[in-house]
Design a protein around this ligand. Structure first.
Ligand SMILES: [Cu+2]
Length: 161
């Protein structure tokens, strides 16, 4: 994040540290600055600088299980019975996977897949259909679901605030 700090290399299996001291709240944008593989161009970094009160409120909100909307039970059932649960967690459900991002508050995020696309229902649909279309080299497989299953899944995921 050039506005906050210089570059620090991140080396696999080697913990590294950097110190940043923002003077103003806001969102600071950064980008991976060393070619690291096929997804390199799609590694948006964002640092949200909050006041301590805003940060505490965010932590409290993130610790809550998502509000599960009973009307989207069909989509939830698909999520819980497909391999999604092997890789993702949704607090308050049986899904406990940790290979992919935690989806408990998915609908509250601005973007999908580290900024590869805006978090709209259309993009979410496209992502589940074939992640590689939005982000070549993505480590999530295309799940081979039919259109009806994807519609129900997206309707459910959109309720995860
Ligand atoms: Cu990179």
């Amino acid at each position: 994040m050039p506005q906050l700090a210089g570059k620090t290399d991140l080396i696999p299996n080697h913990p590294n540290e950097t110190w940043i001291e923002p003077k103003q709240t806001g969102v600071y944008v950064g980008q991976c600055a060393q070619f690291c593989g096929i997804e390199h161009a799609k590694m948006l970094l964002r640092v949200y600088v909050d006041t301590p009160e805003q940060f505490d409120a965010w932590v409290q909100q993130q610790k809550q299980p998502g509000v599960q909307d009973a009307s989207e039970a069909a989509g939830r059932h698909i999520f819980e019975t497909e391999a999604c649960t092997n890789c993702h967690t949704i607090a308050g459900t049986a899904a406990r996977g940790t290979f992919g991002p935690d989806l408990t508050h998915l609908a509250s995020r601005v973007t999908l897949a580290s900024g590869a696309a805006l978090n709209t229902p259309e993009n979410l649909r496209g992502w589940i259909q074939n992640p590689d279309d939005l982000k070549p080299g993505a480590l999530m497989p295309a799940m081979q679901l039919n259109n009806e299953q994807i519609d129900e899944l997206v309707a459910y995921l959109e309720t995860l605030r």
